[in-house]
Design a protein around this ligand. Structure first.
Ligand code: P71
Length: 465
């Protein structure tokens, strides 16, 4: 792992609670890591969303926030930053990514309309389906195979997409969605050649191509490093070229743009943007702030510039590679290749004795917390199952790395905790769901253990932090 291109100026204390307190906290949270208090967490790898460290330049820019309701100069700075980095003509701020997804779905989805996409993201699919749209997975099969070493597991299966587009009347396809660094597959990139293929198909069929550009910077870096012909292209140029292939984009700015809150809906088409501005006033706020503050827009504009800094992006991706490398050396099953923002444990291979209906990834995430105060996120049947449909898809635990927050020592500690849990995996039983919310159940579902859950030992075989 390379030395980070930043140093630390402000710190936030963290403590490792004693094991009995962690057990109490876990039980109170119903074995759901979303329901833990952050004060009870030692290393928080729940998400990279809104958890990054701001730069001094972002904090300084926040002092210049213009909180005018309309015509805020902070909006125009944000608009300029998005236009310069990505080239979209119209910029609509939203409170976060799902705010942009909501507007996009309202604009383009009607009952029965199709949305072909590389795999799915939970909130993206939910907004489409709430409006009666039909989500269609057109990811390549390798995306769902944790062992496949395909370098671009975020690619769209162009033959499958062509079939969908050819079979549907064009006006019944709301849009084709392509997600950068495909989250649910392990943070896996698409290749530029593949995106060009998608572009050709969407143009031929007259269907809009919408990018989920939330993690576009890391995707561009992987293109530079893995795809022939791009090694000498500057990262900002590559990011722009990716965006140029789409008609619109949604961004959760809480990831690549280093802000605690904020999102963007970016659109080229004038009429669509006009309609989006009519909607944003209903659901988010005036188009010149879209549900965030003037100072948030300043931090966001500056964050967009930093998100194209190759040294920053490279170091970030090297953190996942470092953690993934430690786990691979120890024979721990993870999704390969290691993706952009996280290391994903393969719970099916980690806990082969726990059947998928007993939520192995949920149980593993709970065990990591209990063993070492490490918080991760379930990305398996709890998040992925669709109503009553059978689910045999990916069963992963995501160790997600916030940007510019944790040191190499933290990551080494996490690897030790995962190793300890791997050695004691026989002591992890499945779970029973005791409360199931109707929508996006993973956020607030509760569980209980089906048996004794990890021996109650304080002195686990990990180096003390
Ligand atoms: C992540 C998140 C945050 C999250 C969302 C839902 C469940 C658990 C955690 C958010 C994304 C994303 C992509 C590709 C849109 C959103 C929504 N990811 N697209 O990975 O990854 O953005 O959270 O700002 O509303 O932990 P939002």
């Amino acid at each position: 792992m390379s030395a980070p291109p930043w140093k630390i100026k402000v710190v936030e204390p963290v403590t490792l609670r004693p094991q009995p307190e962690r057990r109490q906290a876990l039980e109170a949270a119903g074995y759901n890591t979303f329901l833990l208090r952050s004060d009870d967490v030692f290393v928080d790898l729940l998400t990279d969303s809104g958890t990054s460290a701001l730069s001094q330049e972002q904090r300084a820019a926040m002092e210049l926030g213009d909180e005018a309701y309309a015509g805020s100069r902070s909006f125009f700075r944000l608009e300029g930053a998005v236009q310069e980095a990505y080239g979209y003509r119209h910029v609509i701020p939203t409170h976060q990514g799902r705010g942009a997804e909501h507007l996009l779905a309202k604009l383009l989805v009607e009952p029965g309309f199709l949305v072909p996409s590389n795999l799915y993201f939970t909130t993206s699919r939910e907004h489409v389906e709430l409006l009666g749209g039909v989500w269609i997975d057109v990811s390549i099969p390798e995306a769902s195979d944790p062992r496949s070493l395909h370098p671009f597991k975020g690619n769209v299966d162009l033959v499958a997409l062509e079939h969908v587009l050819a079979a549907a009347a064009p006006e019944r396809v709301a849009f084709v969605r392509v997600e950068a660094c495909l989250n649910m597959a392990g943070g896996q990139p698409f290749s530029l050649a593949n995106l060009e293929g998608v572009r050709e198909l969407t143009l031929a069929h007259g269907v809009p191509l919408v990018l989920d550009a939330t993690r576009i910077s890391e995707n561009a870096l992987f293109v530079k490093e893995r795809e022939a012909g791009f090694a000498d292209v500057e990262l900002p140029e590559l990011i722009h070229r990716i965006a140029d292939l789409s008609d619109a984009a949604v961004f959760s700015s809480k990831k690549d743009h280093f802000v605690p809150i904020g999102g963007v809906l970016a659109i080229d088409d004038d009429d669509l943007a006009e309609r989006a501005r009519e909607l944003v006033v209903i659901y988010e706020g005036f188009p010149h702030y879209g549900g965030i503050a003037g100072h948030d827009m300043e931090a966001l504009a500056q964050g967009i510039r930093e998100s194209a800094d190759e040294a920053i992006v490279k170091h970030y991706v090297s953190q996942s590679a470092y953690l993934g490398g430690l786990l691979l050396e120890r024979g721990i099953p993870i999704v390969e290749p290691v993706g952009a923002h996280a290391v994903f444990l393969d719970a099916k291979r980690f806990l082969p004795h726990v059947p998928q209906e007993e939520f192995p990834a949920q149980a593993l995430a709970a065990a990591l917390y209990l063993a070492g105060g490490v918080r991760s996120m379930e990305r398996g049947i709890v998040s992925g199952q669709h109503g009553d449909e059978p689910y045999d898809g990916l069963e992963l635990v995501r160790l997600t790395i916030p940007r510019r927050v944790y040191t190499q020592e933290h990551l080494a500690y996490v690897a030790d905790v995962v190793t300890d849990v791997f050695e004691r995996r026989g002591q992890i039983p499945g779970l029973r769901m005791t409360y199931e919310p109707e929508h996006l159940r993973f956020f607030q579902a509760r569980f209980e253990a089906r048996g004794a859950f990890l021996e109650p030992v304080e002195a686990v075989a990990v180096a003390e932090p």
